[in-house]
Design a protein around this ligand. Structure first.
Ligand SMILES: [Zn+2]
Length: 256
């Protein structure tokens, strides 16, 4: 019998803070969590584990970013309206992010006046952020709904497939049939495991990129240039980004 053990991340919610969200492009409420690394046995862990760091998740777009509790005057225990949360947890937010907030104001109201350098940096930022998430995700095999269903299907097929076929066609060789069912089940798991990476990019990366880039209305040329740049720098995400699909998610007004 397999003994499954090792280390796994353990998250503990600390409360809520206000901070700048580079995807929403403004101050937003975040949930802040302590991230620990704890030993587990069959994925059951005890305690909060050794401190790895802190993570803040934007309550508007769901993006998780690295957090620094020292940035905050306090951590609120409940999710208050944003101005109240800023006053309680990050009263210096406007001063700390003054330059960035001025730039974001320009993105919203006068994007044509942005300098070429600022524009390029504003487009590149969300790509670099999401590239780090893709690397993190691809570093391990993650179970997603497709893989889970394939495993459940493979088990059901192996358990019940031979019996069912035998009922319909009693003369079939039972041994070969069980092996065939097992092979089909395993092939389905491999197929879903291979498909899970493009699926992750399509469902979890492109919508976030589209949300962050939409106010900038990037052209197809600008998107292709950043994807090519990431490709040269050997970012794994570069091979997975479909610029046409990203443009479709950006909406009809973008890419003109
Ligand atoms: Zn956000």
């Amino acid at each position: 019998m397999f003994i499954v053990w090792g280390k796994k991340p353990v998250y503990r919610r600390l409360g809520y803070v206000a901070h700048f969200c580079p995807i929403c492009r403004g101050p937003k409420p975040f949930e802040i969590r302590r991230v620990g690394s704890a030993g587990h046995l069959y994925y059951v862990s005890f305690g909060s584990g050794e401190l790895v760091g802190y993570e803040r998740t934007c309550q508007e777009c769901g993006t998780a970013l690295q957090a620094e509790p020292a940035d905050h005057a306090a951590i609120a225990q409940r999710l208050a309206p944003l101005p109240e949360l800023i006053r309680a947890t990050f009263p210096q937010l406007e001063q700390v992010f003054a330059a960035r907030l001025a730039l974001e104001e320009q993105v919203r109201f006068n994007p044509a006046a942005l300098s070429a350098d600022d524009r390029q940096a504003l487009i590149r930022g969300p790509f670099l952020l999401m590239s780090a998430k893709v690397d993190q995700r691809f570093a391990r095999t993650h179970m997603d709904i497709g893989i889970g269903l394939a495993i459940a299907g493979a088990i059901a097929l192996t358990l019940f497939g031979p019996g069912l076929v035998h009922l319909i066609a009693p003369s079939t060789d039972g041994g070969n049939l069980a092996l065939s069912c097992l092979a089909v089940g395993l092939a389905a798991i491999v197929w879903q495991a291979v498909a899970s990476r493009p699926r992750f990019v399509r469902r979890a990366v492109l919508p976030v990129l589209a949300r962050a880039l939409r106010p900038l209305k990037p052209t197809q040329h600008e998107l292709e240039a950043i994807v090519a740049e990431l490709g040269q720098l050997k970012h794994k995400m570069a091979k997975r980004i479909d610029v046409a699909e990203l443009q479709a998610q950006l909406g009809p007004r973008a890419g003109a």
